[in-house]
Design a binder for this molecule. Structure first.
Ligand code: ATP
Length: 459
């Protein structure tokens, strides 16, 4: 279905603020660039996506378990992983207005025909000069040369400044799985191939603003690391590419809005890598990555920690360091993709507009809204139904305003069903259920409602 042409990122940002989905971080103090807070509606959506991921990648996935590792890790982890030496962005300052920019993003913004990932810093600098790329803030063409800035946030550990030592907020969750490889394998007697999943916060000192929650300084990752024998790696790389599409489409993202983008310039240790991109209102961009990381990570941790990371194959008696296939998802980017896909503005037959979030019932923030038709007559019964249904799933109660306005409010936060309590409920125990997308209504007995909703959630 073609979307209303009024839809753009600004409209979605406003909608999210007004509907309690996402607010600008520390807003009363003027905000903090690239930080956002999830409101009462947004947190439900986010939690539902998290649960769907855990179910797919840990619960239903063959031979998978989870961990919840610390955000703060021994700094040697980041030496071993290579983040201290090379987790950096190529930045240029505008000499006129003093704003800072990522050289690769300036080039991407200028032309989609060239891939800055394949260019050296010198090549990017001369491309920017030759093509007269201007500062997006002030329009001048006067940049400093490129400098590499590390993206890791530093903090200090220790009671006094003198005794303190630098530690880092983790820029990815993956190292928590890698450093616990031996612990997990031995404690649960795991046999290869097996996977470790984790959901948690990661932090990056990103300077490129814009596009709402797409790029933030604090975000949540959902990462799954599959440990396998060399030779099985290509098969599992393909498996996680397919699995990724299955997961994203199960959230309601249409297949035709998803595509793979292979990495042209592979990291020196990677054998294969691709991103899954989603078609946002601002264009296709990355929501997750799949990487064949070879045995690089565990080899590096063996080298830096001195601990033997080899796995002993009980059948062949071979000893080797496992390969890793990583499937890494940005939770906030997936929430944004779901909102972007679900948001629509419909013009109704009477010429009025309704704003709607067509979110799949399985991940919708609230599954059903309980609406007493007339507050003073129907509230007690409605409260009784509300108290019963909220034992099963997230339910919302709304008694203020006309019934039409209340329907609109629920459409706007993606509640798939509205239950109206009226005289028929008091007399015969019958309620009306309205469908968000079709606006059609059906009558049900009160005791059938929980089953009806459970079925819709599973569809
Ligand atoms: P990008 O190229 O957009 O900076 P990346 O390739 O550095 O992303 P990865 O290191 O592969 O990203 O991280 C895995 C996932 O984490 C990404 O696919 C994305 O969904 C998410 N992610 C990475 N950086 C951010 C960020 N600053 N804000 C929100 N999500 C992020």
């Amino acid at each position: 279905m073609e979307k209303n042409s009024k839809i753009n990122m600004e409209r979605l940002v406003n909608h999210c603020k007004n509907m309690g989905i996402i607010f600008a971080g520390s807003e009363i103090y003027g905000g903090l660039a690239n930080s956002w807070d999830y409101g009462p509606v947004g947190v439900e959506l986010k939690n539902n996506i998290k649960q769907a991921w855990w179910k797919k990648f840990v619960q239903e996935n063959e031979n998978s378990v989870g961990v919840d590792a610390s955000i703060l890790m021994n700094p040697k982890v980041w030496e071993a992983s290579g983040h201290l030496a090379s987790f950096s962005d190529p930045l240029m300052d505008c000499k006129n207005c003093k704003t800072r920019h990522r050289a690769d993003k300036l080039i991407e913004g200028f032309s989609k025909d060239i891939n800055p990932d394949t260019m050296t810093n010198a090549e990017m600098e001369s491309y920017i000069i030759q093509n007269k790329i201007a500062c997006p803030n002030c329009g001048k063409r006067d940049f400093t040369p490129i400098r590499q800035f590390n993206l890791m946030f530093e903090t200090n550990r220790g009671v006094t400044k003198e005794s303190s030592s630098v530690i880092y907020l983790r820029p990815e969750t993956a190292q928590g799985e890698f450093v616990n490889f031996l612990n997990v394998q031995r404690s649960l007697r795991m046999k290869l191939p097996f996977g470790i999943g984790q959901i948690g916060k990661a932090f990056r000192n990103e300077i490129t603003p814009g596009n709402f929650t797409f790029r933030t300084i604090e975000f949540e990752q959902m990462e799954h690391q599959l440990f396998c024998k060399e030779g099985d790696d290509d098969k599992f790389y393909q498996f996680y590419k397919d699995y990724s599409i299955q997961f994203l489409t199960s959230l309601g993202l249409p297949q035709e809005k998803l595509k793979f983008k292979d990495h042209e310039k592979l990291a020196h240790y990677a054998k294969n890598a691709c991103d899954v991109q989603y078609k946002f209102v601002f264009g296709f961009d990355e929501i997750n990555g799949i990487h064949n990381r070879t045995n690089y990570d565990l080899s590096r941790h063996q080298e830096f920690s001195g601990k033997n990371m080899e796995y002993l194959d009980g059948v062949t008696n071979e000893k080797f360091i496992p390969f890793i296939i990583e499937a890494s998802y940005g939770l906030d980017r997936i929430v944004l993709a779901v909102l972007d896909n679900a948001f629509d503005i419909e013009t109704l037959a009477d010429g009025t507009e309704r704003e709607i979030l067509r979110i799949k019932p399985s991940i919708a923030p609230f599954k059903i809204a309980i609406l007493p038709l007339i507050k003073k007559n129907h509230n007690d019964k409605a409260k009784e139904i509300f108290k019963e249904l909220r034992k099963h799933f997230r339910v919302i109660f709304d008694e203020t305003g006309s019934i039409g306005k209340r329907y609109r409010r629920q459409d706007a936060i993606g509640t798939p069903f509205c239950l109206t309590v009226d005289d028929n409920t008091l007399e015969n125990g019958i309620v009306t259920i309205r469908d968000r997308d079709t606006m059609e209504q059906v009558s049900l007995k009160v005791e059938e409602v929980a089953c009806f909703i459970e079925k819709k959630i599973r569809e």
